[in-house]
Design a protein around this ligand. Sequence first.
Ligand code: PLP
Length: 387
Amino acid sequence: MKLAKNLERLGTESAFKILADAKKLESEGRKIIHLSLGQPDFKSPDHVVKATKKALDDGHHGYVLPNGIIECREAVTRKIKKLYNSDIDPERVIIMPGGKPTMYYAITLFGEPGAEIIYPDPGFPIYESMINYTGAKAVPINMLESNDFSINPEKILSLINNNTRLLILNNPNNPTGAFTDKNKIDQLAEGLKKFPHVAILSDEIYSRQIFDEKKMPTFFNYPELYDRLIVLDGWSKAYSMTGWRLGWSVWPESLIEHVIKFCVNNHSCVNAAIQYGAIAALDGPDDTINLMMEKFTKRRKLIYEGLNDIKGIECVMPGGGFYAFPKVIGTGMNGKEFAKKCLHDAGVAIVPGTAFGKKATDYVRFSFAASQDNISKALENIKKIIE
Ligand code: PLP
């Protein structure tokens, strides 16, 4: 078999590999605390499950529109209006099988040899993987700890040139847990007006997981950018629905026909019944989100204080999402060595920083989507093996 050359440039998401390693150890009888995967440890809301079951009972078993049923797209626009007071035409909304397909399609729409795409580094690994796959030049934004890993508008604008086609942003950020406030996003949006040839992909999948009562600085705040703005969001993180494979994105009108073609070529449409559950999630009460945030707030404090209490580890306070991204080089190990030791000697699965960018050698990512008991036990085990 002769495989396509560009396959050599396709990366992956190593959190899944770590999960497999941890599961293997568990099958051998080891007890492992899982702090590696980015998924809330809560059940999906009961009213969502109920609405989906009803849709199945009602006979929603067939193909539906590739961009999603209109009721679901309208529910997305209602939620955008309620959260951000922005008016979005449901024809610009596409229901996707998860958040990932939006990045896949957006990057494929713009990426080719000669094109440049700017992305956060460290950042969600699929951005760089997909940019490389298309043959475009991947231009990293170095997210620095000295800047609390937050977005620096001037630095980003300085990376733009005539070949830049797409700028990818992720706020709150995976893996760093950084939150960039509206002031800086305003500055960036203002600066982007000077570069009308650059499309923006704003990955806002953690928009409902922000601490300290802060508001989501969404790109929906800038209608002047709508003709080149793609916003990615979805149900996975907000409603603890990662396994449902459900996401939504809003696209510029001019791209809709291309994206629908991708949907038709690739997945035809999103599972019909699940889209009714999706509507129930958006229109229903936000109790599960509030409960989740109450728990995440306690866990954030626990992990932040616990990590900083271990000799050689320094951790910035996460501002959003459910990740802590400490520097561990002070323990005498780099992130990869540290994560390996944690898994094998402390029974704690975490992800080395290099899974999110080559330069993040000194860091590891902890997901605090786990019970307080498990987080405390994990910190205790790690402290024991390090000190
Ligand atoms: N964007 C970011 C920044 C993420 O961290 C993730 C998942 O971890 C996604 C998108 C993808 O979400 P989904 O599981 O809905 O595909």
